[in-house]
Design a protein around this ligand. Structure first.
Ligand SMILES: Cc1cc2nc3c(=O)[nH]c(=O)nc-3n(C[C@H](O)[C@H](O)[C@H](O)COP(=O)(O)OP(=O)(O)OC[C@H]3O[C@@H](n4cnc5c(N)ncnc54)[C@H](O)[C@@H]3O)c2cc1C
Length: 524
């Protein structure tokens, strides 16, 4: 046995696992990553994220299957393929979600995952600029700070929300999530603090941690019911690594793919592709959930929008001060509200405000200037699946999120777009809004609004749930994140969430890894 632990995937969860497991010098840890090192400056300069969605050397740049409720469109699904994974290309918003999210995980049969039990792991990971409190940690590896640059239009957005009657909130991770304010971000001194920056780099000097990049894991090696190693493709040749315990942290698309390639998954499906289903596990790839998002775009003649910001001037200012527009995460402000459909006091819609025109993930560069309000339902009911397209590990799997399969999700999308229009229509926005671009002014009736959602909705990048934890027939891992009926194999990433959290998913994924690593180091 070469290693005590082999971690597959150096993303949000994998970097945490590699760091924590190698803290004990007697553990030999191998971290395998399909992508490359994170040298690209667009990763580290926050506003560089605008250049990352199309960069296929850092991004798996997946596409979903045609979506029957979205006019058969195939939606673009960026995922990080680099040290840091999706935390190296994300929008850096730091959110935990709502306490009830975790209480619901526990109620589904996952003991130890209720909010009070997971909170210590959020605190352990965090280095909160505002200091420690009951709900915030300081001194942890993940730096959480206030933005160094907030666009004046973001402040107008917040005033408009207040004018529309919503409360203000200067801490979405405080006692109350509801209200509007400015997001805190995973940055340190104006630079992105990805999982690789926070957790991997400080651990790289340890002699007991080995990191291999550009290594695509193709298969978990199994001996009867025990995982013994990993087969990878590295620099054009096939290699095998053996370890005491194998931890899959490839994310919600790739972890189920790797399980299925290894003969662990829905038996009939695997057989249909010529893979022997040695370990039938019907839930692998099922239970896919994601946040679907609708953008309302207003035209603006304000010279403050980021559309025409000089990159040279912003770059010089950033180099000199590590602040200014280049330190912005672009989605600077946001909010949480209860829609008319909410049955309790829990917000069911989230907003992100961008002081610029954002269409098709920034891939469609629009003429002119403007502002964008994103709206997404927080706890969608639609469920999809990841299946293999082929037994070839280099072929992307089939991604079928079944967006808007649930009528309730569509109603909430309509509500979200309605709120966005309402906020843009407040008096305080009047000097800055020169009419709507999306929805187009011709969109008036309910049918036209539904058509607008079907034409324009996109992912807000939070696929989860495809190796869900639990003990029902469709669960893939147990509450210790061990794959059911197999030894020495765990899945630790966003795929184990049984349900989406009410917010962005990076910090919750890192919490999952902190908690799992802690229990492993304590012999679980
Ligand atoms: C564009 C974008 C914006 C986002 N914005 C935010 C935000 O602002 N705030 C927030 O909280 N969340 C955000 N998210 C979501 C958040 O970043 C993810 O939920 C989180 O990073 C998922 O972590 P993970 O460990 O499950 O997977 P990932 O971080 O995606 O890591 C998986 C890693 O495994 C590697 N890998 C996969 N397959 C293999 C294989 N076969 N062999 C070897 N390596 C493999 C991948 O290359 C990757 O590095 C965003 C995501 C994206 C894509």
């Amino acid at each position: 046995m070469e290693y005590d632990y082999i971690v597959v995937g150096a993303g949000s969860a994998g970097c945490v696992m590699a760091n924590r497991l190698s803290e004990n010098p007697s553990n030999r840890v191998l971290l395998l990553e399909a992508g490359a090192s994170d040298y690209n400056p667009n990763i580290h300069i926050p506003a560089g994220l605008a250049n990352l969605s199309n960069n296929t050397s850092l991004n798996w740049a997946y596409s979903t299957e045609p979506q029957s409720e979205l006019h058969q469109r195939e939606l673009f699904w960026p995922r990080g393929k680099v040290l840091g994974g999706s935390s190296a290309i994300n929008a850096m918003i730091y959110l935990r979600g709502q306490p009830e999210d975790y209480d619901s995980w526990a109620a589904l049969g996952n003991a130890g995952w209720d909010f009070e039990s997971v909170l210590p792991y959020f605190l352990k990971s965090q280095d909160q600029q505002r200091g420690a409190s009951r709900l915030h940690g300081s001194g942890g590896p993940l730096s959480v700070q206030d933005l160094r640059h907030v666009n004046p239009l973001t402040r107008v957005f917040i005033q408009a929300a207040e004018q529309a009657g919503y409360p203000l909130n200067n801490d979405f991770n405080g006692e109350q999530q509801a209200g509007f304010g400015i997001y805190q971000v995973t940055q340190r001194k104006g630079r992105r603090c990805s999982a690789a920056t926070a957790y991997l780099k400080p651990a790289l000097k340890r002699p007991n941690l080995t990191v291999i990049t550009k290594a695509l894991a193709e298969k978990v090696l199994l001996d009867n019911h025990r995982a013994t190693g990993i087969q990878v493709s590295h620099k054009g040749r096939s290699r095998q690594f053996h370890g005491g315990e194998i931890i899959l942290s490839g994310g919600a698309i790739n972890s189920p793919q790797l399980l299925m390639l290894s003969g662990i998954g829905p038996a009939e499906h695997l057989r249909s592709l010529g893979i022997r289903p040695d370990h039938p596990l019907e839930g692998v790839g099922q239970n896919l959930q994601d946040h679907l998002d609708i953008c309302t775009l207003a035209a603006s003649s304000s010279s403050d929008t980021y559309d025409k910001t000089s990159r040279i001037l912003a770059g010089i200012r950033y180099l000199l001060t590590q602040s200014g527009p280049a330190s912005s995460n672009l989605a600077e402000g946001g909010g949480f509200v209860c829609s008319r459909l909410a049955t309790d006091q829990r917000p069911d819609l989230q907003f992100h405000f961008v002081p610029g025109l954002l269409d098709d993930h920034g891939r469609n560069v629009m003429p002119g200037r403007g502002m964008t309000i994103h709206a997404c339902p927080l706890r969608p009911q639609s469920r999809g699946e990841i299946l293999l397209k082929s037994a070839d590990p280099a072929t992307a799997p089939t991604m079928q999120p079944n967006y808007l399969q649930s009528g309730q999700d569509l109603e909430l999308m309509l509500e979200g777009a309605r709120f966005a229009t309402e906020i843009f229509s407040q008096d305080v926005f009047k000097p800055y809004v020169d009419g709507f671009i999306y929805p187009e002014p011709s969109v008036k009736t309910r049918d036209q609004k539904i058509d607008f959602i079907r034409r324009k909705a996109e992912t807000v990048y939070h696929p989860i749930g495809t190796c869900k934890m639990g003990n029902d027939a469709m669960a893939v891992v147990d509450a210790d994140l061990k794959v059911h009926s197999l030894d020495n194999l765990r899945v630790v990433d966003a795929s184990v969430m049984p349900e989406l959290v009410s917010g962005n998913t990076n910090a919750p994924t890192m919490m999952i890894a902190e908690k799992c690593a802690d229990s492993m180091l304590n012999g679980v």
